[in-house]
Every structure is written in C-alpha cells, then in structure tokens.
Design a protein around this ligand. Structure first.
Ligand SMILES: *[C@@H]1O[C@H](CO)[C@@H](O)[C@H](O)[C@H]1NC(C)=O
Length: 310
C-alpha cells in the first residue's frame, strides 16, 4: 500500500512543485499518494490538482479540527508556513508551524519535511536580529527536531520568479531598465527556480528519507550577484538592464508600509554574512549534488518563461 503524503500550501509554488515532482516521477508516484491541503478546494488551481489524481482537502491551519482531518492517516507531511510581513509575523507563523507539526505527530505521521530558513541571529552573532521571516522558520525547525518524529528540511534561496515580478526591471525612462535594492552589486544571492525545482530537492528526501533524516537542503542552483542577474535579464530580453544600489530610505519608500525594516535587514544580512552563512558555498554544492534531477539556471528559467520587456 502506498504512503500518504500530505502537502500543505498545495496551490502555492513550493507545495505545487512537490506535487508535480511526485506525480511525474515513475518511482515516487508508486511509493506515495498525495493529499493536497488548500484553503479553497473550489479554486481553479485546486481543481487542476484533481485532474492529476490528487486528493484535495480543505484545510485551515488556524482550526485544530480541520488540521486533524487534513492529517488523518498521514505518513509524510510537507509543511510550508505563510509569511505575512507585519508586526505579528513571528507569533502567527510560529503558532502555525507548531500546530501542523504537533497535529501530524498526534495523527501518527512518520516523517516531516519543513520549509525552513537559517537562524540569522545566530549566524550574525546578534548583529541582525531584525529578520523575523528567517528566524521564525529556524525556530519552527528547532521545535520539529525535538518532536518524536523523523524530519528533514528544505531551505529555499531567493526565488528566480521574484526578479521578473515584484523585483523585476522597471523602465528607467531612457529606453533602458533598472533593478534596484540596497546591497552592493557584488553581494551574492542563492537563486532557486521555486516552482519547478523545489520538488527536486524534496523528491530526494522522499526517495531516501532515512539517508536525509536531519539534513537541510540549502536549495539554490548557484549564487548570483545583482550584476549577473541584470546581465541575464539583458541577454534574455535584448534590452539594457542595470542594477542600481539605492540608499536605504529611498529603497524603503518603494516597499509596502511596515515591511521596510524586515526586507532591508534581510538584504543587508545576505550581503554581509551570506544567505546561508559562511558555509553557504559548500551547503549549496551539497544540495545541488543530492537533488533529484537537473536544476535550472537563471538563463534557462528566463528562456522558459519567454520573458520580454517592451
Ligand atoms: C538562534 O540563534 C540564537 C543565537 O545563537 C539563539 O539564542 C536561538 O535560540 C536560536 N534559535 C533557534 C531557533 O535555534
């Protein structure tokens, strides 16, 4: 009998990638059957999962009864929490992560895979203690490690998707385009093609859960500087795209109210300490070698998206 893999965030990029990787993998699709958890099973992307033969169940992470039903019979659970950049980011996300993990253990699940991030306060020795979007995930990871259940972790880098959406090129007014942030043009960012490749890292864990127990996949194809990102965008679009390093206050004025300190703190942390800390290069190299399948470069991603600038 196949094992029940319960996937949270099933209509999001990470959960969706996990589902596709299992459904399209001749070996994994024999081992696992999937239950996709979503807030709205009537939505088009949830309905699309039904077409793939996936069970779709309504689940509300803030409702214990709903979580219990979602996790009934689970063998392996993929957990991704929802980050909302406001004053309640940390308590809200922590409660969410713990509730899913606790309910999974109570339901008799065997294995948790959690979408985590590094402990910034620890890596920076307290220099940056204002990156709750990272630290809260590190805290949930630590909590999961104390539970009586096997676990492994997926720590995604910066999403390639962001550089053509919210952080994408803006017209500079002279026929060229600019991308902008507060960091040096040579600061290094680990880029991951989240919607295609998340499932390749998590698929490795699903294929050999005992081998990867306790491990963290620092998930990125490789590191890119903003200058390299601008060059790739130029090459893909045939337009000139340049990176501009902005003063902190100017950059903050472009961000949604309330999110400025967290976003700037995160970018400065990445510049000064590296996204995954001082061992980042080795951690990414290990993850690339252990992923299940070939990972996308940023150029390949842009080509597949047929990304253009008018
Ligand atoms: C993160 O690091 C800080 C500083 O070392 C430590 O106090 C804290 O417990 C760590 N958090 C987790 C969740 O490991």
């Amino acid at each position: 009998m196949s094992k029940l893999l319960v996937v949270f965030g099933a209509t999001g990029q990470q959960g969706g990638s996990v589902i596709n990787s299992v459904v399209n993998d001749p070996e994994l699709s024999k081992i696992y059957r999937i239950r996709a958890i979503t807030r709205d099973p009537s939505a088009a992307n949830a309905q699309a999962l039904l077409q793939k033969g996936v069970e779709v169940v309504k689940g509300d992470v803030d409702d214990h009864e709903s979580l219990k039903q979602a996790l009934q019979g689970a063998h392996t659970v993929f957990i991704v929490t929802v980050t909302v950049y406001d004053a309640l980011l940390k308590p809200r996300e922590l409660a969410q992560g713990k509730a899913i993990a606790n309910t999974a253990v109570a339901a008799g699940a065997q294995y948790l895979i959690f979408s985590t991030l590094p402990n910034v306060t620890d890596i920076t020795k307290g220099v940056y203690s204002n990156v709750p979007s990272f630290d809260v995930k590190a805290e949930i990871e630590e909590y999961i490690r104390t539970l009586p259940i096997k676990s492994a972790f997926f720590a995604p880098g910066t999403f390639m998707q962001n550089y053509i959406t919210m952080m994408g090129p803006q017209p500079a007014g002279d026929g060229t385009y600019s991308i902008a942030a507060v960091v040096s043009p040579t600061a290094k960012f680990p880029l991951v093609e989240i919607s295609e490749d998340a499932g390749k890292y998590i698929g490795a864990i699903l294929a050999e859960p005992d081998k990867y127990e306790g491990k963290v996949f620092s998930a990125a194809t490789r590191f890119y500087t903003y200058d390299e990102i601008a060059q790739a965008l130029s090459k893909a679009t045939g337009k000139t795209v340049k990176y501009h390093q902005l003063p902190v206050e100017v950059f903050k004025s472009f961000l949604p109210t309330g999110s400025g300190d967290t976003v700037v703190g995160m970018l400065q942390y990445i510049q000064d300490f590296g996204y995954y800390g001082p061992q980042g290069a080795e951690l990414v190299e290990w993850s690339v070698q252990n992923a299940r399948g070939k990972l996308s470069t940023f150029d390949e991603f842009l080509a597949r998206q047929k990304y253009t600038l008018q």
